[in-house]
Design a protein around this ligand. Structure first.
Ligand SMILES: NC(=O)c1ccc[n+]([C@@H]2O[C@H](COP(=O)([O-])OP(=O)(O)OC[C@H]3O[C@@H](n4cnc5c(N)ncnc54)[C@H](OP(=O)(O)O)[C@@H]3O)[C@@H](O)[C@H]2O)c1
Length: 297
């Protein structure tokens, strides 16, 4: 048996593992009456997450850069879902999304902060912030804190933040507080790593604020999946990606499993402040477990 098939076949304490799909980890669940917000519903893991959770009966609040894209992504899921414009790299757009949610008056049972960009070859700055930090972390932080502040989360709401094992590629000190936009030391993976470490630390800090309530906040590494996320990588990666995907990477169905599991499975209803991979609690880097760093962020 090859190493790849050994890893792929492994199941953890949850009974699920590397190869489990989002459909498998939600099998038998009836999510009727649950309002679940997913960012980045136009592509990859967000699209699959929305599809599977809608299939189980949830009403999807699907966020995309603009209303048209969100509506187009949700159309195949049937009636009753809610498309929302939320350009994460534009704080005004994210605040308008929170306003739109507040005007509807629905309370969310889950918020899956899934959208993201990765490894931009050159440093890009918008609204004074490096674009990956702005999109992946700050945009989602404004969305989540807006939802908390406007009381848009149900009493048992679960916040699921997409991090990545690439949080380990953050700069040596973790978050460069005195050079947040990495003006002095930009690298594509260092910047992505910093943003994904920020995602993880944000989930941990939010979890501390949820302690003693029924609300939870957790972070997720979905695995490595060939999606549009790699659009900024070199030609070789884009050409070899489909080959690697066929041999060794997770499929999109498998990649969406952990976030769906953490968002809705009854067995993790009280898990709070954890980092999940392959549908089980995993160990992050030491920086990813540093409460002082999380509070400072
Ligand atoms: N794929 C992997 O191997 C992997 C590994 C570890 C972690 N992750 C994480 O998993 C998450 C989903 O990634 P994926 O693989 O599904 O990537 P993907 O296929 O590229 O999808 C990313 C989604 O985010 C949206 N998005 C990007 N920038 C945005 C912005 N400024 N405002 C609003 N939406 C924006 C995209 O919308 P557009 O289509 O309009 O650009 C798209 O819907 C990301 O957070 C990523 O960091 C992925």
């Amino acid at each position: 048996m090859s190493l790849v098939s050994l890893v792929k076949g492994r199941r953890g304490a949850s009974g699920f593992g590397y190869a489990s799909t989002a459909m498998e980890v939600t099998a038998g669940l009836d999510l009727t009456g649950r309002n679940l917000l997913v960012t980045g519903v136009t592509s990859g893991l967000g699209l699959e997450t929305a599809r599977v959770l809608a299939h189980r009966g949830a009403r999807i609040f699907g966020c995309a850069r603009d209303q048209g894209r969100a509506a187009a992504a949700l159309a195949p899921l049937g009636d009753g879902h809610v498309p929302l414009a939320c350009e994460l790299a534009d704080p005004a757009s994210v605040r308008a999304c929170v306003d739109a949610l507040a005007q509807r008056g629905d309370r969310l049972h889950g918020l899956i902060a899934n959208a993201g960009i990765m490894a931009l070859p050159a440093r890009e700055v918008r609204h004074g912030h490096e674009l990956q930090f702005l999109t992946n972390h700050l945009g989602h932080a404004i969305l989540v804190l807006g939802a908390v502040g406007r009381d848009l989360l149900a009493d048992d709401a679960r916040v699921v933040i997409l991090s990545s094992s690439a949080h380990r590629r953050a700069p040596r000190r973790g978050i460069e507080f005195d050079d947040l936009s990495l003006e002095r030391s930009y690298t594509p993976w260092g910047a992505y790593g910093q943003s994904k470490l920020a995602n993880l630390l944000f989930a941990r800090a939010l979890a501390r604020r949820f302690a003693g309530t029924r609300r939870t906040a957790n972070a997720v590494h979905p695995g490595v999946i060939f999606t549009n996320l790699g659009r900024h990588m070199g030609l070789a990666a884009r050409v070899l990606g489909p080959v690697a995907a066929a041999i060794a990477l997770k499929s999109v169905h498998q990649g969406a499993a952990t976030q769906c599991y953490v968002a809705v499975h009854p067995s993790v209803a009280t898990r709070n402040g954890e980092y999940f991979a392959d549908c089980d609690v995993a160990t992050s880097s030491a920086l990813g477990r540093d409460p002082a760093l999380a509070e400072r962020l």
